[in-house]
Design a protein around this ligand. Structure first.
Ligand code: SF4
Length: 464
């Protein structure tokens, strides 16, 4: 019985940033003597860490709250706390859409979760606490990681200072707030000591890092410091903002051997007029110039972007321009979203909203065009060598990721040979598909790791 009193179930929805928030909440609660079990059948408290980015994520979060409230009524959980972006975004409206939880609390409260849970257990009244976000960074040592030990997300800042007209994030995550550099280094060391080889630095805009704290953009300095952290072998950055990907940032990335040549830079569009309506900088011409610089400094750099198709007022000409840009930029990877009218954003009320059918057709077209490009870029790797971080095995193949593949986002490399999960091995690429590559293992781990077993001779069937 004592066990169930102390047990907290945490349900996480949404992106990697939410995953980190949940790990911080879990760590704080573990320190305070609670036990954490994401699959608990009975718990004292259930925390739903919601996502409020798009209408689809909102529906998923509301369903999760309703499920938890049902569990509470059935006596399988004592209290329900709704946390995160959707609570911050909707506030009292969420209490009406998904009633019955005991507390609705916004973002940036991870460090306070022990108090929050205690208060909720002591109170009878339903409550809401979504004051504007003020991020209190949780203690580094208390983060309870749930993912694979060799790959960790490290949040370097919160919020965003840009005001893209389609985006809800600044309205509930607040303005940009950087985590102090010494705290990030401390966290990186802690993650390395607990097994991380790959650090995935996350922020709405990594290029903005440091300005609020140090009155200058400090990403280059941060990268040079992180590059010294012992045990870390790959440092990956997610996400760049185009007009701050400066020569200094590019040069620093190229010179820090642990920073992988990988750029995820959501451009959203390429036509100057569409970008103006989105309140986004530059245009296709300047983006091409930027990619030229990046590729010159880092010839193996993988570049990924995302576009929004069917933005209000997007003419056929603007869309055709985007398609031409997709062909000319020849990026490794492209994702696309169909424009979604998000309440509370300026784009919601813009004139020239497009019919769902047109948006869908444009989405299909852009994805079709990119498929050929992704395949061609992947085929360009056949015969070349690359390092692969092994994570799994499937149907006789090792499954891993190269510098070109961010976790949970990009493709995979299927490797013929034997190695342990968590090892980084040298491979030679033997085959390519649109998303994934095939490779054979060449030699022992690039560094660290246990001894490899000998290469297998027989070529197993492709894992399709
Ligand atoms: S930069 Fe990204 S997070 Fe910031 S407002 Fe634009 S789309 Fe939203």
């Amino acid at each position: 019985m004592q066990d169930s009193v102390e047990k907290v179930k945490i349900v996480t929805l949404g992106c990697a940033k939410n995953e980190v928030d949940s790990e911080e909440i879990a760590g704080v609660l573990l320190e305070a003597g609670y036990s954490i079990d994401g699959a608990a059948k009975k718990s004292a408290v259930t925390v739903i860490n919601t996502c409020g980015f798009l209408e689809a994520s909102k529906a998923e979060s509301i369903q999760a709250i309703k499920d938890a409230v049902r569990e509470k009524r059935a006596g399988r959980t004592g209290r329900v706390i709704v946390a995160g972006c959707l609570a911050q975004r909707l506030g009292p409206e969420l209490m009406k859409l998904a009633p019955g939880a005991d507390l609705y609390v916004g973002v940036g409260q991870m460090g306070r979760f022990a108090e929050i849970v205690k208060e909720v257990q002591a109170e009878r009244e339903q409550r809401i606490d979504v004051t504007p976000p003020h991020h209190r960074w949780a203690e580094v040592q208390t983060r309870a990681r749930t993912g694979r030990p060799w790959s960790a997300y490290l949040k370097i800042s919160e919020g965003c200072d840009h005001r893209c007209t389609f985006c809800t994030i600044p309205s509930f995550r607040g303005g940009h707030q950087s985590k102090p550099i010494e705290r990030i280094i401390q966290e990186a060391n802690h993650l390395a000591r607990t097994g991380a080889k790959e650090l995935n630095l996350i922020a709405q805009d990594v290029t903005q890092y440091g300005f609020d704290l140090y009155k200058e953009f400090t990403l280059p300095k941060l990268l040079k410091e992180l590059n010294k952290v012992e045990g870390i072998e790959w440092i990956r950055l997610l996400y760049f903002y185009p007009n701050r990907l400066t020569d200094e940032v590019i040069e620093t990335m190229a010179n820090c051997e642990k920073v992988v040549p990988y750029i995820d830079i959501p451009l959203q569009h390429a036509h100057p007029e569409t970008l103006r309506r989105m309140k986004r900088p530059w245009d296709g011409e300047r983006y091409l110039g930027l990619f030229e610089k990046v590729r010159k400094a880092m010839p193996e750099c993988a570049i990924r972007t995302t576009y929004i198709v069917g933005f209000p007022g997007e003419t056929q000409e603007e869309f055709d321009y985007l398609i031409d840009f997709v062909k000319a930029s020849h990026l490794d990877r492209v994702g696309a979203f169909v424009f979604s009218k998000e309440p509370g954003t300026p784009a919601h009320d813009l004139e020239g909203q497009l019919a769902p059918r047109v948006k869908r057709e444009r989405y299909d077209k852009i994805m079709r065009v990119q498929q050929q490009i992704s395949l061609a870029v992947n085929q360009g790797w056949v015969g070349r060598e690359m390092d692969v971080l092994i994570e799994d095995s499937r149907d006789g193949w090792l499954v891993g990721r190269s510098h070109r593949d961010a976790p949970e986002i990009d493709g995979m490399v299927f490797v013929q040979g034997e190695a342990e999960p968590g090892q980084i091995v040298r491979t030679k690429v033997t085959g390519a598909e649109e998303y994934d590559l095939y490779a054979e293992l060449l030699r022992m781990p690039v560094s660290g790791g246990k001894k490899l077993k000998p290469l297998r001779q027989a070529m197993p069937a492709l894992p399709l």
